[in-house]
Write a protein that binds this ligand. Structure first.
Ligand SMILES: [Cu+2]
Length: 260
């Protein structure tokens, strides 16, 4: 799933460059009460259970192709940029897998955290490549590069946004209002730039790191369905039960021949 094709959109790009802003982004910032959301509140843990584990990879690790950056972007970097669609870590685990509680929280509601998640643009790549955010939690989008990027979010459930950031140090906050696994974000100027946001109704998510690990803590005791998403290998889910204060290990395996 999620075979992504990059379409260059020269007309849209020209329009964006002239207008400085595409559709939808005009109401960013200071709008945390829009749509009847309650204002963001301090985060207080709802429980003390932990589900954690590692994302194993099976099969032959594919090469990470070098991205075909333009000269302006190359000049910003010390090393070439590699594709992050499939990143197999040195220890044989898989990076950039978004893991979240898909089911089991019942009617519990979790106010969106007010502390923003940062999505940076550095050396003509997004940092991070995959991230989680609560619906209603701000995403602080930053341009650390001294050149024009545009941030074009292409969610399906949420309102799209699309705006240009021409100078280094610029920041702007955006918010996805409803849960969505996953919302794609791209740059129309640099077609290799891509990031994925996992938008959840709760704070129980994690993204596998450079050691393949993930950890979801502060969970209330309960029976949960945990879903793991990978951009190329799709989704898998497993059920797990945790008691208060308990830590449960739950691994997933992706790759050639793995059950998806
Ligand atoms: Cu860009």
């Amino acid at each position: 799933m999620n075979r992504i094709t990059f379409y260059m959109l020269p007309l849209a790009l020209v329009a964006m460059l002239i207008a400085g802003c595409g559709g939808g982004g005009a109401d960013a910032g200071g709008d945390s009460t829009e749509g009847g959301d309650t204002a963001a509140e301090e985060y207080t843990p709802a429980g003390s259970a932990v589900v954690s584990g590692s994302i194993q990879f099976t099969g032959t690790a594919p090469e990470q192709p070098e991205l075909n950056l333009d000269r302006e972007c190359m000049a910003l970097r010390e090393a070439p940029a590699l594709s992050r669609k499939i990143v197999v870590n040195d220890n044989g685990t898989l990076r950039w897998v978004f893991v979240h509680v898909k089911d089991g929280l019942g009617d519990m509601t979790f106010p969106a955290r007010s502390e923003p998640v940062v999505l940076d643009q550095v050396g003509c790549t997004y940092e991070p490549h995959v991230f989680g955010v609560q619906a209603g939690q701000p995403i602080k989008i930053r341009n650390s590069d001294p050149l024009l990027h545009n941030i074009h979010a292409l969610p399906e459930a949420n309102r799209p946004f699309n705006f240009g950031m021409p100078t280094a140090g610029q920041e702007r906050e955006e918010t996805f209002r409803v849960p969505e696994i996953m919302a794609r974000i791209k740059c129309d100027v640099h077609p290799w730039m891509e990031s994925w946001a996992g938008v959840t109704a709760h704070p129980y998510f994690s993204t596998s790191d450079e050691a393949g690990g993930y950890s979801i803590g502060d969970l209330p005791a309960g029976d949960y369905v945990i879903e793991a998403w990978h951009e190329e290998y799709g989704v898998q889910e497993q059920s797990v039960s945790v008691a208060d204060g308990e830590s449960v290990m739950l691994d997933f395996t992706f790759g050639d021949g793995a059950e998806a």
